[in-house]
Design a protein around this ligand. Structure first.
Ligand SMILES: C[S@@+](CC[C@H](N)C(=O)[O-])C[C@H]1O[C@@H](n2cnc3c(N)ncnc32)[C@H](O)[C@@H]1O
Length: 421
């Protein structure tokens, strides 16, 4: 460690938090949709079980695909999620609101009949966009348009329509020309995309089973109506009431790692959430497309890193500054929404960028203290599965594979910072 920041000194890995052999999508609705850098549900489960009570309110200001909210619901905790990404909002709302299994089964029978009526000669009028034409062969595009239109036309509740939209969203990548193993938007000239109707049916079948199990368990526990809301908002300034939350459990976007806007563009274009990527990217934190000019940050650890980066790559130094200043705003917001003695649990890893160690965890700890929190504990855990890419190219700083001889492992471990208001 470079910084020698006290709460992180002499930490040893805590095996109780490793959850070796556990996959991320086993239980409940966790596996509905792929989502980069999603939480291991067991981490959230353990925090909820050890630090909150039934009826408490739990919030996640970077809710992503809703791992915190799903775990809150099954534990009878009220939950509020915030994410800037409409795709995240759609997925989270479907994952946290299971539907009566009979209703879904009936609607699905109707959709299957509609699929058998598909006529390739009749061209659908559903969403058209040159980016959709870029990513999909015409045959697949027409089938997806047909499915999309069929779902929208159904005389069902929005909740039921959203269930099928999530299923469709999760197969878009497989049915497109997008390089399957990549989170970067990149065409694979050799890819044979999946056939949309078969992929959709397989996805729905898997989701029906998960909905069924989640619905039954919540019903048994009497938690079906436990409040759970997801806001399409900015984590730096939310509509959550001051002092209303018992615990914030969150994992922030990693700096310069995923471009969430870019990698959710297939769903965003299809479902008409966006008309262009430039506007869509604007409010995401940690993006390469941030244009702040500042090079000063209140965190002393961050400032040292910014000075080093400035020498190597000015643009990246500005990006980093932006990122940490944004994170400070989020720390202040977390402090505002928490009740007195409420706690924030931040799951965060460090990384190396262009051979400079970026101590995001230590910096976040410092920013929490600057925002009025007391650091109560820091847990160090190793990451057993490749839930997030762990290798970066030393020269370009981009994520890569171990086969690249310039590669270097990043985030083989991460931290859970526990901060008390
Ligand atoms: C590491 S992911 C969170 C994953 C989440 N823990 C899960 O299990 O799915 C970070 C999230 O931050 C969101 N995000 C980025 N900038 C944001 C902002 N300004 N306000 C709210 N959310 C934002 C991204 O859309 C992404 O969903």
């Amino acid at each position: 460690m470079l910084s020698n920041y006290l709460p992180f000194n002499n930490l040893i890995t805590n095996d109780e938090w490793t959850f070796n052999g556990v996959r991320s999508s086993e239980n409940w609705t966790h596996g509905y949709h792929r989502y980069p850098a999603k939480f291991l549900p067991n981490i959230v489960k353990k925090i909820i079980e050890t630090h909150t009570n039934v009826g408490d309110t739990v919030a996640d200001l970077f809710a992503g695909c809703g791992t915190t909210l799903v775990e809150a619901k099954i534990h009878g905790r009220v939950s509020i999620g915030v994410d800037i990404n409409p795709v995240a909002q759609l997925i989270t709302s479907v994952k946290t609101n299971p539907i009566t299994p009979d209703t879904l089964a009936n609607v699905y029978s109707t959709i299957k009949k509609v699929i058998t009526d598909y006529n390739a000669e009749v061209f659908s009028t559903a969403v058209k966009h040159d980016r959709i034409d870029y990513w999909f062969f015409p045959e697949n595009r027409n089938k997806i348009a047909y499915l999309y239109e069929a779902i929208l036309k159904m005389e069902e509740s929005q909740q039921v329509k959203d269930f099928f939209l999530v299923a469709l969203s999760n197969v878009l990548k497989n049915c497109s020309k997008w390089l399957q193993s990549s989170t970067k938007p990149q065409i694979d000239p050799d890819k044979i995309p999946s056939e949309p109707f078969a992929a959709f049916k397989k996805q729905v079948n898997s989701m029906l089973k998960k909905n069924d199990a989640f619905f039954k368990e919540l019903n048994k526990l009497n938690y079906l109506n436990t409040d759970c809301t997801i806001h399409l908002e900015d984590a730096r300034k939310t509509s959550i009431a001051t002092g209303s939350v018992s615990a914030v459990i969150t994992s922030p976007p990693y700096v310069t790692s995923y471009e969430y806007a870019d990698l959710h563009q297939l769903t965003a274009y299809w479902f008409d959430y966006i008309s262009n990527l430039i506007d869509y990217r604007k409010n995401f934190i940690g993006t390469f497309y941030s244009y702040g000019e500042k090079l000063e940050c209140d965190s002393k650890i961050a400032q040292v890193i910014i000075e080093q980066l400035k020498e190597k790559h000015l643009r990246t130094a500005k990006e980093m500054t932006n990122y940490f200043n944004d994170m400070q705003k989020v720390a202040v917001e977390m402090h505002r929404i928490l009740r007195t003695e409420g706690r924030a649990f931040i799951v965060i890893g460090n990384t190396t960028y262009k051979n400079i160690k970026i101590e995001s965890a230590e910096i976040f700890g410092e920013l929490l203290e600057l925002s009025g929190f007391t650091i109560e504990n820091v847990i160090k855990r190793s990451i057993p599965f490749k839930l997030i890419p762990t290798i970066r190219d030393c020269n370009t700083g981009k994520f890569t594979t171990a086969a690249n001889k310039n590669s270097k492992e990043v985030y083989p471990e991460e931290y859970i910072i526990i901060a008390k208001k």
